[in-house]
Design a protein around this ligand. Structure first.
Ligand code: ZN
Ligand code: ZN
Length: 197
């Protein structure tokens, strides 16, 4: 009766770093990789090559998608910014900013069938900032129009000057609540667009 020799596992090494012993394999292509070469993704450990390939496939936004993302973020942030600057209650503003950021990014993602590109995060954040400031300026003009109408009623025939744009902009930008709101929304939207999967 001959004894079967115990099978001894051959040591295996990282394909990029041949001196590092490892038994970890990429769950996509199966190549051996050390801890430095492995990337933890939501679907398990993968090699850098597979992650890069995945990203290239994943970044499928066109210039047109970028334009839609910018427009959607600017429009929604504009409306939200106008409302927020009218409320002007900082605590409420901070609480509202995160869900608004989530809603804005979700809307922009749906409008582009969830296509994203390398710059989607930056473009979305820029849209939020510009839209939010425009919304704040619009709100300043609206309140000025209200005051002007009131004044015209009380003192008919009086000449009421138009509000200069730089004054409106300065007023909007001195609204800490609006700035904090726009900052949080931009940050949330950026993070949402940068998520890998
Ligand atoms: Zn791989
Ligand atoms: Zn390695």
């Amino acid at each position: 009766m001959s004894e079967q020799p115990a099978r001894i596992e051959e040591p295996t090494f990282c394909e990029v770093h041949p001196s590092r012993e490892t038994s970890l394999r990429c769950n996509k292509c199966g190549r051996l990789m050390c801890a430095d070469c492995a990337v933890l993704t939501p679907v398990g450990y993968r090699c850098r090559e597979c992650v890069r390939q995945h990203e290239d496939r994943f970044f499928n936004a066109s210039q047109y998608d970028y334009a839609i993302v910018f427009a959607a973020c600017a429009a929604l942030s504009g409306v939200a910014g106008a409302i927020i600057s009218a409320i002007g209650f900082l605590f409420l503003v901070i609480i509202a900013a995160f869900p608004v950021g989530g809603a804005v990014s979700e809307a922009a993602l749906r409008l582009t069938q969830r296509r994203r590109g390398r710059y989607s995060g930056q473009i979305a954040a820029a849209g939020v900032v510009i839209g939010g400031i425009v919304g704040g300026v619009a709100r300043v003009y609206l309140s000025y129009a209200g005051v002007a109408a009131d004044l015209a009623r009380r003192a008919p025939g009086r000449d009421i000057p138009a509000l200069p744009l730089d004054t409106a902009l300065t007023t909007a930008l001195s609204d800490i609540g609006l700035l904090v709101f726009v900052g949080i929304v931009a940050f949330t939207v950026y993070g949402r667009f940068r998520m890998r999967i």
